[in-house]
Design a binder for this molecule. Structure first.
Ligand code: ZN
Length: 323
């Protein structure tokens, strides 16, 4: 082989390695463009049918009253079928997530309560923080991954990785941090106390809210029905498992778990209720995946069974992070 051919061969190998490294690095985005969610309409083509107990607020939002002081504000037209939760005490309320922001959620909140409302996100993915800019008081989970992004004058903007901006081309929100809610904090709403839990796995900044007296857990995207996204950037299998252990030590057999997304049951839209056994199934599946006894289907993402209504989308085995 001549020196020139050798150089060409080496250069070709380097190009192939670089291309492979890029494909591995950008695997989630490439999957996104290949599967072409862009072809999926963001909004349902036909009027969604609501489950019993769920009512239309207007032609976009639905409302289900969970109890006298707890409301699920749904977005049945939106393809991800988000649920935002309004949790009221006697003195103030919490709005847990503001949805994708395709419609202003503030009038819904103001129609349901006169109390001052503090907003906090379950996590900063684009479909949970789209209405944050409509509210003056926004709390931030006190986590290093978020705190390091706050400017000296108290403004917060998530990174595009935390916001998944590339999925939608949307711009991450910027808001003032009015309150810091550290994991373990008990937020007093007046006659109602909400415990803040750090529940990473789906994302490093994920939190859940737990009302021990009402035995309600608002789980954000940690657990929901259908496919759990454990393959996206910043998701972490080890965190998923640790969070399952944490939740199982806190909740009980009567706990109602309210996820931030729904899927229609019998074609009808309503809030989903999961229970402790679903978290146990998730823990068992994760332990099985880690030890190699639970096997995946599909090339990418790897699809693991959890139970008859939940599966987990995982990364390639050799890229799964269990630390
Ligand atoms: Zn999410």
């Amino acid at each position: 082989m001549t020196a020139r051919r050798l150089v060409v061969a080496m250069a070709s190998i380097l190009v192939v390695i670089a291309a492979l490294a890029y494909v591995i690095h950008a695997r989630s985005w490439l999957l996104y463009s290949l599967e072409s969610y862009e072809g999926t309409p963001m909004v349902a083509l036909e009027m969604p049918e609501l489950a019993p107990g769920t009512e239309w607020f207007d032609d976009w939002y639905s409302i289900e009253q969970i109890d006298a002081a707890t409301f699920a504000i749904g977005e049945p037209w939106y393809y991800e079928m988000n649920y935002n939760f309004l949790i009221l005490g006697e003195e103030r309320g919490v709005l847990f997530d503001t949805g994708p922001g395709l419609r202003n959620i503030r009038p819904v909140v103001e129609a349901l309560t006169d109390l001052p409302v503090v907003v906090i996100a379950s996590h900063y993915h684009y479909d949970h923080v789209g209405g944050h800019d409509k509210f003056p008081v926004v709390a931030l989970a006190d986590l290093p991954v978020l705190r390091r992004l706050v400017t000296e004058d108290g403004m917060f903007t998530p990174t595009s990785d935390l916001h998944l901006s590339a999925f939608t081309g949307s711009t991450p929100p910027t808001h003032r941090v009015s309150e810091w809610w550290a994991p373990g904090k008990r937020v007093d709403l007046g006659g109602r106390e909400i415990l803040v839990l750090h529940t990473p796995g789906h994302s490093p900044d994920s939190i859940s809210l737990y009302d021990r007296d009402a035995d309600q857990l608002f789980s954000g995207d940690y657990i929901y029905v259908d496919y759990l996204y454990a393959f996206i950037p910043n998701a972490n299998m080890g965190d998923y498992l640790q969070t399952a252990h944490q939740l199982l030590s806190i909740i009980d057999d009567d706990t109602e778990i309210f996820p931030a997304h729904s899927v229609p049951a019998d074609g009808r839209h309503g809030v989903i209720r999961l229970g402790r056994s679903d978290v146990m199934d998730l823990r068992d599946a994760l332990e099985g995946i880690e030890s190699g006894t639970v096997h995946a289907q599909g090339f990418f993402p790897r699809v693991y069974p959890v139970n008859d209504q939940i599966s987990l989308f995982g990364d390639f085995e050799w890229l799964q992070d269990w630390d």
